[in-house]
Write a protein that binds this ligand. Structure first.
Ligand code: ZN
Length: 194
C-alpha cells in the first residue's frame, strides 16, 4: 500500500489563517502531514507527500501527482488523504463554528466512504466533536477536486476551525497536532488492515 498525503494550500493561498495570525493553514497542514508520514513509515507503511513545496501547487497539478502514483503502484494499492483546517468565515473575525469533518467527493467509491468513516471513528475516539449535525453515514460530501479527480480512494479532512479561538489554541498545541496526526494514522492502518 502507498499512502498519498496532500497538505492542501500553500503559503500564497489568501485568507487561510487565524484572525490573530498565530495559525497558518498551509504551515500547520505541512507539519501534521509530516507527522503522519513519519508515523506511517515507522510502522513500515510507505507514505508519500505530493506537495513538499511551501508554495501553492495547483489542484490540477496535485491531482496529476496523485494519479501518477496511482498509475505507478496501482489504484487499488493507493489511498489519499488531504489535510485541511476548516473556516466559518473569510472576514478575519472569530466565529463559533467547531468540530471535525471528513469529506468525500460526490463520485466517491465505497472505499473512499469506508476510509472517511474510519477517520471519523478515530476522531470521535480521540475526543473530537463532529462539525454541526454529523450525518448518519459519518462522512460529508463536497465537490473537492482532490477527491473527485484522483483515481484512488480519497478523503479530505477538515481538522477543526482556524477561526475558532479555542480550536486554534488546540491546533497549535503539541497535543493537538499529535492527536490529529494519530487519528489519521490509526484510520489508515485500519483501512489497510494492519
Ligand atoms: Zn483548506
Amino acid at each position: 500500500m502507498k499512502v498519498i498525503i496532500d497538505n492542501g494550500h500553500g503559503i500564497n493561498t489568501k485568507g487561510k489563517f487565524s484572525p490573530d495570525k498565530r495559525l497558518y493553514e498551509w504551515k500547520w497542514a505541512r507539519e501534521v502531514a509530516q507527522l503522519i508520514q513519519e508515523q506511517l513509515q515507522a510502522q513500515g507503511i510507505e507514505a508519500v507527500r505530493i506537495v513538499t513545496e511551501d508554495t501553492d501547487i495547483s489542484l490540477k497539478e496535485r491531482c496529476r501527482r496523485a494519479n501518477a502514483l496511482c498509475d505507478k503502484y496501482g489504484t487499488g494499492n493507493c489511498v489519499l488523504v488531504s489535510v485541511h483546517i476548516n473556516a466559518a468565515g473569510a472576514d478575519g473575525k472569530w466565529h463559533n463554528a467547531t468540530g471535525w469533518s471528513g469529506w468525500v467527493a460526490p463520485n466517491a467509491s465505497k472505499n473512499s466512504k469506508r476510509f472517511a468513516q474510519l477517520l471519523y471513528a478515530e476522531a470521535e475516539a480521540a475526543g473530537l466533536q463532529g462539525n454541526r449535525a454529523v450525518p448518519a453515514c459519518k462522512y460529508w460530501v463536497g465537490n473537492w477536486a482532490i477527491c473527485r479527480d484522483t483515481k484512488c480512494p480519497a478523503v479530505l479532512t477538515e481538522n477543526l476551525f482556524q477561526d475558532n479561538e479555542a480550536e486554534v489554541d488546540y491546533l497549535l498545541s503539541a497535543e493537538g497536532k499529535a492527536t490529529i496526526a494519530k487519528l489519521h494514522v490509526n484510520a489508515i492502518l485500519k483501512y489497510i488492515g494492519k
